[in-house]
Ligand binder design. Structure first.
Ligand code: ADP
Ligand code: ZN
Length: 617
């Protein structure tokens, strides 16, 4: 990248969006787009895909078309761009005849740098004719995985994008974006969108601002209420496995006076739309939903996602949990697990129309593994997606609440027992029988095969069954043991390292007292990692200021008729509360404040800060 380009894109970033630095991958993609190349950006939800085409759109001549699958998402994106002083518009079925005509006039007059459209629009002759005289250097395709039938969100209209682009007078560059990582979907995108020699950029899947926790809960309702009580004032999503559970949980919350809305496939379109809107606009604090509440939720200030039930796969879990913290703020992803969830999930898979139940069961296995593992939860997820990661992240419930225990001896006993049983029987057996042998249980099966004569018989007498099973799970997690297709345990090659190579096995046991501070979750995790920023102002309560600024933001949002996060994200508001800007220059320094936001809201918020400091000194 030339120094000139670099300067230009940084200028645009700070002037319009108020950010100083790019997120990983953004700069590289922007550079590729600006040089006219097709590209495919694969980034996790909240990774900042939008900027990758919004920044180029501002620097390129003409207007950038953005193909987006969902109307609500378009509306909000356009509102947010306008708040940043960027000329933008959308065309979709909600526009009246007159609004449509006005938008086309604006388009011809060059008022927009970005035009959001639904894919169907590209097929309409009227629209194509309107485009004919307009310079379109770039077409950005959002949620590009919708073109693939392998994904869950297939939209036939996405197949029409490539022919439509091919028929344009000058072929624009095409930039496709998705959060879906599988190889198959990726290939489909390149082929079906007709990308030519694209720059493919896959950023890491880590979301450092998310805190992960699994809780095994006997009484989920009580646990849920407790977790929500700790998080009042931040909006959140409760995901449930079934419609019935959504209804029950929503009632439970409402009975406690919490403003919650619900969303599942059994409700009418109207009910669903109004629930989504209430949540989006912060009129309802909590959304209780099945996985039908999914793609296209563009609410960036979701502070937590709690899973009342375990989902069917880690892919689904990460996608749903990932809806928290898109604004980069610390956010909590908590899963309430009970053994019954696994049975329910298995039942749902067996009674679904899935063509590949075997694969579904494997994915479920990885999900259950996540719920039971003692390893770093973040590491477990990243490992599942094939990404390198440190052993410990230091910021998930397993890393924060556990102590290291050396279980090498136990591991050696278990592994050699598995070996000996196999040597005796010439086939592998399940966890149950291995546990019986180690505990010295004279069961029918044991006696039948004379396993009581093995040297490992009763080697771990007195160790409880659940404890022993836990050890075995640990060894499976670490890849020393594995299950074959008959659910029988066998030793992998790695096992030899422990048996003969002197390798230690460390388990992470739950600490007696959680290391987590009372405030809990991501906040505490963040504080454990980094000391609080020193206050630049005479001492004041930044949390109280944050609350005051939230009220100012809510009023401004009502007035502008946009969701609160379109005015300022929680991250921006948090930074504002920490810095307490009292001058326009200080205000502009706040991340998320660009020139237009300074103009529109500078005085309003600076006044609020001044008033707060006065009242509280
Ligand atoms: P995605 O579409 O990948 O899910 P978005 O484009 O909606 O993510 O971005 C998520 C959030 O991250 C938005 O609130 C956006 O303002 C913020 N963001 C994006 N890029 C940056 C950046 N370079 N610095 C700070 N915040 C950013
Ligand atoms: Zn961790």
């Amino acid at each position: 990248m030339t120094a000139e380009t670099e300067r230009k894109i940084h200028d645009t970033l700070s002037r319009y969006f108020g950010f100083k630095e790019f997120r990983p991958g953004q700069e590289k993609l922007i550079d590729a787009v600006l040089s006219g190349r097709d590209c495919l950006g694969i980034m996790p939800t909240g990774g900042g895909k939008s900027l990758c085409y919004q920044v180029p759109a501002l620097l390129l001549p003409g207007v950038t078309l953005v193909v987006s699958p969902l109307i609500s998402l378009m509306t909000d994106q356009v509102a947010a761009l306008r708040e940043n002083g960027v000329g933008a518009a959308f065309i979709n079925s909600t526009l009246s005849e007159a609004q449509y005509a006005a938008t086309l006039r604006g388009l011809r007059a060059g008022e927009y740098k970005l035009l959001y459209i639904a894919p169907e629009r590209l097929e309409l002759d009227g629209f194509r004719a309107a485009l004919a005289d307009i310079e379109v250097p770039l077409v950005a395709v959002d949620e590009a995985h919708c073109v693939s039938q392998w994904g869950q969100d297939f939209r036939p209209s996405y197949l029409r994008i490539a022919p439509a682009i091919a028929s344009m007078r000058r072929r624009p560059a095409v930039a496709a974006f998705t959060a879906t990582a599988t190889e198959r979907v990726r290939e489909d995108i390149v082929r079906l969108l007709g990308l030519s020699g694209p720059e493919v950029l896959v950023t890491g899947f880590d979301r450092p601002n998310l805190y992960f926790e699994v809780r095994t809960a006997k009484n989920k309702d009580a646990e849920l209420l407790r977790l929500i009580d700790e998080r009042r004032g931040r909006s959140g999503i409760v995901y449930c496995a079934t419609r019935a559970a959504v209804e029950e949980v929503c009632e439970l919350l409402r009975a406690r006076g919490i403003i919650a809305v619900r969303y599942h496939a059994g409700l009418s379109d109207n009910e669903r739309a109004s629930a989504q809107e209430a949540f989006q606009y912060d009129d309802a604090e909590i959304m209780v939903a099945t996985n039908a509440f999914g793609m296209g939720i563009d609410k960036s200030n979701v502070g937590w996602v709690i899973h009342y039930n375990m989902p069917k796969s880690l892919d689904a879990y990460y996608q749903e949990a990932g809806r928290a913290g898109r604004d980069g703020e610390r956010a909590d992803c908590i899963l309430l697990y009970s053994g019954r969830d696994a049975a329910t999930a298995r039942y749902l898979i067996e009674h679904s129309e899935s063509t590949d139940a075997q694969a579904d069961i494997r994915r479920l296995g990885a999900m259950i593994g996540y719920c039971k593992t003692d390893l770093c939860l973040r590491g477990y997820i990243l490992g599942y997606f094939g990404q390198e990661h440190p052993v410990r992240c230091g910021g998930c419930s397993n890393c924060l609440n556990s102590v290291e225990v050396d279980i090498t001896t136990q591991a050696q006993m278990i592994l050699s027992c598995v070996e000996r049983v196999k040597a005796r029987l010439h086939y592998s057996v399940g966890r149950r029988l291995i546990t019986d042998v180690l505990r010295g249980e004279m069961t029918e099966k044991v006696m039948e095969s004379r396993l009581q004569t093995l040297s490992t018989f009763a080697l771990m007498e007195g160790v409880s069954r659940s404890k022993l099973e836990g050890y075995i799970d640990r060894l499976v997690d670490r890849g020393y043991l594995a299950y074959n297709e008959f659910k029988a345990l066998y030793c992998t090659q790695k096992a030899a390292e422990v048996l003969f190579g002197g390798e230690r096995v460390i388990s992470f046991e739950r600490a007696a007292k959680p290391a987590r501070a009372r405030r809990g979750g991501a906040r505490a995790a963040a504080e454990a990692l980094e000391p609080a920023a020193p206050a630049h102002k005479p001492s004041y309560d930044s949390e109280a200021l944050y609350d005051a600024l939230r009220r100012v933001r809510a009023r401004a949002a009502k007035q502008a008729n946009v969701p609160a996060y379109v005015i300022f994200s929680n991250a921006a508001l948090q930074a504002m509360a920490e810095r307490a800007p009292t001058t326009r220059r200080e205000f502009l320094e706040v991340p998320g404040v660009g020139e237009k936001k300074l103009e529109s809201y500078g005085d309003l918020f600076i006044d609020a800060v001044n008033k707060f400091l006065q009242d509280n000194s």
